[in-house]
Unconditional design. Structure first.
Length: 92
């Protein structure tokens, strides 16, 4: 029996996982006392990818984006102060 075609709207919504700003990603991870290596292992990527995601050098792509977004959303629920902390101003 063939699988039904995915709903185009669901496909778009799945792709459009919003993520917090890179600095917030790192703050959330640190608030939970997680290492970049632990996050990488849980998501299934190399640690350098987490480094790049947290520094803004790269953005995760699906399916890792969904997993990373889910992790960050759960961490934001547990650590709202880390999620809402203002980004530091850049030095001029």
């Amino acid at each position: 029996m063939p699988h039904p075609a995915p709903d185009p709207v669901d496909t778009l919504l799945t792709r459009a996982v919003g993520l917090p700003e890179p600095g917030t990603r790192a703050r959330l991870r640190r608030a939970a006392s997680l290492t970049q290596a632990e996050v990488a292992e849980a998501i299934g990527v190399h640690r350098i990818q987490v480094v790049r995601w947290e520094s803004g050098q790269a953005e995760p792509r699906n399916p890792h984006r969904r997993s990373y977004g889910h992790l960050l959303a759960r961490l934001a629920d547990q650590y709202p102060e880390a999620a809402s902390a203002p980004e530091p101003a850049e030095a001029s």
